[in-house]
Write a protein that binds this ligand. Structure first.
Ligand code: AMP
Length: 423
């Protein structure tokens, strides 16, 4: 098979690393990729939202499968674009059509979906400028803390949690009236606050059946002890000790199966990955969010634990034969730490030379924000490189990850030294 993988982060490097191991693969292209993905296939200078450019490339190279890493092209309808084109519509796309990608693209859509299909989630109401006064009243009727969510995609920044009523009302106003998150906050979901511990579940589905992938926990805050502003993710661990057999069974029975069945009932054809952001409250799972793709940096901890040939699974999705497969999971623990640029998640500098990745032993190195400049690997983003280790237990995996993370250096490098601290 000739596969084009879209994206340029650590998630895509981990997927590319796994895809490249398949005997079914003839050639892998990554568009646009990063310095790390070029070791798994050929990077091509494609922008993930340039559908015409992607079309030309796919037809020119005889690509037989498109794997979409990030959410943006899915929400913008890349799968629909392929279906509508007589020359592309036989080429399978891993990633849902736009209507189904709304599970991530619209919080209000996702909440309505969950309510319709009896999937446990926080109570909520949605407001816009036309009923903003009812929004003030509703917020006033809740107890703190207050959870406000921009309806649309806001680069992971659209959820605001306010500790007191005055700041919640002010924030709500800024989102709805002052377009704090642009068009994404024209609608705002106001939600009951749930108190518990979070983890993420993942499935791959062909729209008929599904396979549950290993679960993971990620660390979103920049600072140790889960302090400071949110980031794209500073590390991850899989499996998650508190997600025991009993809890995972509830997740499958109450969340995963009803979601896949709900998509079918609603006539939403879904081929690809579903990410479930979960919170465990008194032993029970509630859905915090859906994503229409894999998470980053969860993928870096999930993919190395999957023993199956990933291309074989992707092919089964395309052929709607996923039901004939089962997931084989490594019983060990995977631990990932993300090395980031100084200043991230605020402003940071790019172009710093990265050294030491060659001396890593016993860990995997997944590039995120890197590129090659004048023959050197340099930083090209806030999240730069993920170091991942698979060990018999969390202690061993973390020890290997931290030993190797120290070896990779660049000016302003920062990473959290407490991944897994709460497990
Ligand atoms: P999201 O972008 O929807 O994943 O939300 C970002 C973060 O906000 C989540 O990872 C949670 O930590 C928190 N959060 C979202 N919704 C709730 C809620 N209803 N109750 C408590 N925390 C929440």
């Amino acid at each position: 098979m000739q596969i084009l993988l879209l994206g340029s982060g650590g998630r895509e490097h981990a997927l590319a690393w796994k895809i490249a191991q398949s005997p079914l693969l003839k050639k892998l292209y990554i568009g646009p990729g990063n310095a790390g993905t070029s070791e798994c296939g050929e990077n091509v200078p494609l922008s993930v939202n340039d559908f015409e450019g992607i079309r030309k490339f796919v037809l020119g190279k005889g690509i037989n499968m498109l794997v979409v890493g990030p959410e943006d092209p899915l929400v913008k309808g890349i799968h629909d674009f392929f279906l509508a084109d007589p020359l592309l519509n036989k080429i399978p796309v891993i990633g849902p059509v736009a209507k189904a990608a709304l599970l991530e693209g619209s919080k209000d859509f996702a909440k309505q979906f969950m309510i319709r299909h009896g999937i446990p989630t926080a109570a909520y109401k949605t407001f816009n400028v036309s009923n903003i006064d009812q929004g003030y009243t509703f917020i006033g009727s809740l107890k703190p803390p207050y959870v406000l969510k921009a309806d649309g995609l806001a680069a992971g920044k659209g959820v605001v949690i306010c500790q007191d009523l005055a700041s919640a009302l002010q924030e709500f106003n800024a989102m709805v009236r002052d377009s704090k998150f642009g068009q994404a906050s024209a609608k705002v979901v106001v939600e009951e606050f749930l108190s518990g511990i979070e983890c993420s579940a993942f499935v791959i589905t062909d729209g008929i059946s599904y396979l549950v992938l290993p679960e993971a926990k990620d660390y979103k805050k920049i600072g140790e002890g889960d302090t400071g502003p949110n980031t794209g993710g500073m590390g991850s661990v899989s499996p998650v000790p508190f997600a025991d057999r009993d809890f995972l069974k509830k997740v499958e029975d109450r969340v995963i199966r009803p979601t896949v069945e709900g998509l079918k009932k609603d006539g939403l054809d879904y081929t690809g990955f579903i990410f479930f952001g979960l919170i465990k409250v008194n032993g029970d799972p509630y859905v915090i969010e859906y994503n229409c793709r894999m998470g980053d940096p969860e993928t870096e901890s999930v993919v190395p634990r999957i023993k199956n040939d990933l291309v074989e699974l992707l092919k089964a999705v395309a052929e709607r034969k996923l039901g004939e497969h089962r997931i084989i999971t490594d019983p060990g623990t995977c631990a990932t730490v993300m090395l980031v640029s100084k200043g991230y998640p605020d402003a940071y500098e790019k172009g710093k030379t990265i050294t030491g990745a060659g001396s890593v032993e016993g860990s995997m190195v997944f590039h995120a924000g890197t590129s090659v400049k004048e023959g050197k690997v340099v930083t090209n983003g806030g999240r730069v490189i993920a170091v991942t280790s698979l060990g018999p237990g969390m202690k061993e995996a973390l020890a290997a990850t931290y030993r190797n993370a120290e070896k990779i250096e660049f000016d302003g490098r920062y990473f959290r030294r407490d991944i897994g601290f709460d497990l």
